[in-house]
Design a protein around this ligand. Structure first.
Ligand code: C5P
Length: 205
């Protein structure tokens, strides 16, 4: 069984995907981390995240980079969003995601194009979304806890920029699969959102 969880940044899709994996006893892959790792590695190598040539697509990173707490930062999120518009980068990360999705026993993947590109045959597809205001508020509280000095308005602007880039790119744009179930978490607490997702998946399978 493949469960695809797509949606914009800070919609709650990561939390939901983790909870679904625990509930259904499946392994989970946060595919955003792969794009973040490429973005971070390009930065460390002094490369250009906006040049979609062969060098960028060939960027390789050690698996240990996936555990780097720095990957979760807004800066790296911005770099990930820039490198991910290039088809060659998406292609380079395809196989790794595809084999995770098709492993025996099934898997949960979260990202932007799991239900549309990586695993269109997924038995359950969720598109998790929320208003920019709700997402910015969550991200703001999270970042304040980590001691980051950033304002709510800065976060809102950044989310809008990233949404626009992710939704308008030519390849694998952020759009719900035709058969995705939409979960709007704007007015839902964490546990309510998880319960709604488990219910939706249970009905789909
Ligand atoms: O989900 P997360 O915020 O970690 O993703 C970082 C960036 O990576 C996104 O803004 C998006 O541009 C890109 N991404 C993508 N496809 C995925 C996952 C992430 O393009 N499957």
């Amino acid at each position: 069984m493949i469960i695809a969880v797509d949606g914009p940044t800070a919609s709650g899709k990561g939390t939901i995907a983790k909870a679904l994996a625990a509930h259904f006893g499946l392994p989970h892959l946060d595919t955003g981390l792969l794009y973040r790792a490429v973005g971070r590695q390009v930065f460390l190598d002094g490369g250009d995240p906006d040049d979609g040539g062969d060098a960028l697509a060939a960027t390789s990173f050690p698996d240990s980079l996936l555990d780097d707490p720095q990957l979760r930062s807004e800066e790296v999120g911005g770099l990930a969003s820039r490198v991910s518009i290039h088809p060659a980068v998406r292609q380079a990360l395809y196989e790794r995601q595809r084999s995770f999705a098709t492993q025996e026993g099934g898997a949960v993947l979260d990202g932007r194009d799991i239900g549309t590109v990586i695993a269109p045959e997924a038995e359950a597809k969720l598109f998790v979304t929320a208003s920019v205001e709700a997402r910015a508020q969550r991200r703001f509280l999270e970042m304040r806890e980590r001691g980051a000095g950033v304002t709510l308005l800065e976060i809102q602007d950044d989310l809008r920029r990233r949404d626009e880039r992710d939704s308008k790119r030519a390849v694998a744009p952020l759009v719900p699969a035709a058969d995705a179930m939409i979960i709007d978490t704007s007015a839902l607490g964490r546990d309510e959102a998880i319960a709604a997702a488990i219910e939706a998946v249970t009905q789909a399978i």
